[in-house]
Design a protein. Structure first.
Length: 542
């Protein structure tokens, strides 16, 4: 049996801060053979990314150290390698793609310059030969009309296109091992499927080995040969994918496998009052050109949407990035201007000014996708949750506000004694609960939930879904649930609107759409989300 390409033996990683030492990874061991895909799975904080970054010595020094272990690449210990050796390995023999391409790509450089920099540094290729190779790479990763993309900057590309550029950069020097750290987490389900198919094809074509880091077990089952399950810095189970999935031995593996959002939304009751209604809702952004900046066309972000949402019900809005989901939600809550009728609890609000909307704001609240970005790092949790009360109920005393804050935290199953802490002291799931508590403290009737679970681990997603369902049943809340994750939408929604390019592709009761979608585009979304046989749809691919 040939020696493995990469062999990690008893690796431990420690971090030193403020005179304290914490062990992030403890005695981790696994091998990767040539041409093999090994998945490293676990929840946030389990040590997956720390283990992967250790391979190329990307952890900060001297904060990080290695109390024990070996990282053998083709028989040579990378932990003992000098800087010159590591520079030769990085980008040549081992490359890495990261979770969020927007933060990994340089916003000041064009795509051509960023890929060309790698070719110049590692292969001394410049000028016309470099451009030929860059075009070849972009074509290989499925970028359409690559000649037109050479001068583009990262912000001018979609999420899927940016991730494809990252893959092109990683493949530029034909590496033997590719480390992919959550490469599909921030992408729509159809784009996820395309990226996975792309990686699978490239692996077969180039014979690459791959270390695939993820918390999504559905991806692991489709993509990997072997799986290592990590928690609290240790690998608790490893083996062939099918064997681990069909007969998991460790309790934590069983916990991960059962962590998908489940359950049913509360039954729709058509006798309940209509909370939010839209008729022919349109949001068109003007395109201006010429010296006088005349309007020559429009971007039709939302184009003629009708909807109706009753108390105690959830309307799921699904579609890929750029389909108009969030723009629709912002229009309904009057945070951007729109055309068409919008009625909130019987009042026509489409022409309301900012001042006229203010009394209604407490009844319509928003929970955003990224809780860390939506919570002020300079305010305690108590101040964050109480801020709305200061605006909408200024007559409350400090004691009354504090009681309401404690009530809101209890509603989302958080300990009220933690209210004087700051957002960075909580996990991602806890921060999202804080964001929900901030909305609940005002006792709203309508809540817009904009991708509230997409940044969370699978098990935390399931907990947040259960929490939202319980709050809805308890307070008769109407939810507008915006997401590209159809598993979560299925667990929460009574009705579904499928959007594409600002228009409704399909809408109706959730049960009917999930059981028997009529449109090809909806079937393509379902196939990508539920690991079904893909349905080709013209224009779905990037």
């Amino acid at each position: 049996m040939s020696a493995p390409l990469l062999s990690i033996r008893n690796l431990s990683v420690a971090f030193h801060q403020g005179g304290k030492t914490s062990l992030a990874v403890e005695n981790v061991s696994f091998d990767i053979a040539r041409g093999e895909v090994v998945a490293l799975v676990g929840e946030s904080g389990s040590g997956k990314s720390v283990s992967a970054n250790s391979i190329l010595d990307l952890l900060p020094h001297p904060a990080a150290s290695y109390p024990s272990g070996e990282i053998l690449f083709k028989g040579k210990d990378l932990l003992k390698a000098d800087d010159a050796t590591l520079r030769k390995v990085r980008g040549n023999d081992i490359t890495m793609i990261f979770q969020e391409p927007m933060t990994s790509l340089n916003p000041l450089h064009s795509i051509e310059k960023q890929i060309g920099e790698i070719l110049k540094l590692h292969q001394q290729i410049e000028g016309p030969p470099a451009r030929t190779r860059i075009l070849e790479l972009l074509q290989q990763v499925g970028i359409r009309e690559p000649e037109k993309r050479l001068k583009a900057y990262p912000h001018e590309l979609s999420g899927g296109q940016r991730q494809r550029v990252m893959i092109a950069m990683a493949l530029a020097n034909r590496p033997e091992l590719l480390i992919a750290d959550e490469p599909t987490t921030a992408l729509d389900v159809t784009v996820q499927a395309q990226i996975l198919e792309l990686l699978r094809g490239l692996k077969s074509e180039h014979g690459m080995a791959m270390l695939f880091i993820t918390h999504d077990l559905g991806i692991v089952r489709k993509f990997a040969d072997r799986v290592c399950v990590m928690t609290r810095g240790r690998i608790v189970e490893t083996g062939p994918v099918e064997e681990v999935f069909t007969n998991p031995q460790h309790e934590y593996t069983r916990h991960l496998l059962s962590a998908e959002p489940t359950g049913e939304p509360p039954p729709a009751d058509d006798s309940k009052p209509i909370v939010m209604e839209g008729k022919d809702v349109r949001v068109w952004f003007p395109i201006k050109a010429g010296f006088l900046r005349k309007v020559v066309d429009h971007v039709k972000a939302v184009d003629g949407i009708d909807l109706q949402l009753r108390a105690g019900q959830t309307l799921g809005v699904v579609g890929e990035s750029g389909s108009g989901k969030t723009t629709l939600g912002l229009a309904l809550t009057r945070l951007i201007s729109s055309k068409g009728r919008i009625a909130f609890v019987g009042q026509d609000i489409e022409r309301y000014s900012f001042g006229e909307m203010r009394p209604l704001r407490r009844q319509m609240q928003i929970v955003f996708q990224d809780p860390f970005g939506s919570l002020s790092p300079r305010m305690s949790v108590a101040d964050i949750i109480a801020e709305g009360l200061l605006v909408h109920e200024p007559s409350l005393s400090f004691e009354e506000r504090d009681r309401r804050v404690c009530w809101a935290l209890e509603e989302v199953n958080l300990d009220p004694t933690t209210r004087w802490r700051y957002p960075h002291e909580f996990s991602g799931g806890q921060r999202q609960r804080i964001a929900i508590a901030r909305a609940m403290v005002l006792k709203p009737r309508f809540v817009m939930l904009d991708e509230p679970t997409s940044a969370l681990d699978m098990s935390v997603q399931a907990q947040v879904v259960d929490l939202l369902r319980n709050l809805q049943a308890k307070h008769d809340l109407a939810y507008l649930f915006i997401s590209h994750d159809l598993r979560v939408v299925k667990a929460l929604s009574n009705h579904v609107i499928v959007m594409r390019f600002g228009k409704v592709v399909e809408q109706g009761p959730a049960e009917g759409i999930f059981a028997k979608p009529r449109e090809d585009y909806t079937r393509a979304l379902m196939a990508a989300a539920f690991n079904l046989e893909a349905v080709p749809v013209g224009g779905v691919k990037q």
